[in-house]
Design a protein around this ligand. Sequence first.
Ligand SMILES: NC(=O)c1ccc[n+]([C@@H]2O[C@H](COP(=O)([O-])OP(=O)(O)OC[C@H]3O[C@@H](n4cnc5c(N)ncnc54)[C@H](O)[C@@H]3O)[C@@H](O)[C@H]2O)c1
Length: 325
Amino acid sequence: MAEKVRLGLIGCGAIAQEAHLPGFAVCQDVEVVAVCDTDQGRAQEAAERFRVPSVYTNHLELLADKSIHAVDICTPNYLHAPQTIDALRAGKHVLVEKPMATTREDAEAMLTVAGQTGLVLMVGFTHRFNRANRYLKKLVASGVIGEPVSMRVRMAHHGPYDSWSARSDWFFRHEMAGGGAVLDMGIHALDIMRFIVGEITEVKGMTAGKVHNIKDEDLAVVLTRFANGALGSIETGWHSHPGGFGGIEVYCTEGTAVNDFASGLKVWDLRGEMRIVRDDELEGDGGHAFEVRHFVECVKNGTAPEVDGTDGYKAIDLALQVYGR
Ligand SMILES: NC(=O)c1ccc[n+]([C@@H]2O[C@H](COP(=O)([O-])OP(=O)(O)OC[C@H]3O[C@@H](n4cnc5c(N)ncnc54)[C@H](O)[C@@H]3O)[C@@H](O)[C@H]2O)c1
């Protein structure tokens, strides 16, 4: 594609306005030409902040614009599957936020339509675009610190309203979210485990509701077994105030690597010598800007995304197993 990718964004809440639209704004190969939100004021606000010419309150009207090549779906979880399928059927490439769906059946339907249309279907697993996590993946794959034996991930905060700035009330409504902290935060942890160490063959978990008065869990501990025989553990939730540990630890036969979200990336060898990985050793610019630019590049160049619908499906499958579903 020689021209810029013409993109429409659906769902103008927190992730759209704080992460995706700022990312598109610094990407030269894309032009955001339309936004849509059922809350007209919010759609208008996003359009004004990011100088987007067309504003819709119904995603089907946005999809009817034949000049739009691709859409970014940033709506509540229960809308991801139907809106993705509508978009693919309208001939648009899709970037959809995680979780890509709330049931296996919906995720399968998305994969089927993506396969039939041959369009890009990418899932917004942002942590794969984190610079330190990409370093960890390469380090483990290189074998320099040996074979992974265990992995521990802690991803938690105090919830979508206290710690994240969600703009509408769906997160605590089961019929809209499909689950609690596991489907929201734990799914990132499950995906990053697959990204860094490899396929997960077994998952078990315990969930609890300790902090928020909601139907779904706000705390979970999850155990995983990897295809290479290594074991993993995850603590995730909407229960955790600032402080303590947040990060990713990989213990290998010849060393240890830790991405401490607060203090950075460190690697230890067998003698216990620790090396702090310098910023200039990390590739890319990281985060949502990197993620949305990767999507634009895939659409423009006709290439497959690094994180696709199958990755989205596998993460949902694992998260639902934690729920016993
Ligand atoms: N990748 C990440 O790290 C990350 C971080 C936060 C949120 N998310 C995901 O992003 C999605 C949105 O979360 P958020 O925090 O932005 O929520 P939000 O409540 O702030 O925004 C959702 C927006 O969608 C709009 N909306 C609802 N129904 C709609 C419809 N039918 N058509 C168009 N718009 C509609 C709402 O009015 C709201 O403005 C969720 O799936 C969430 O899991 C991902």
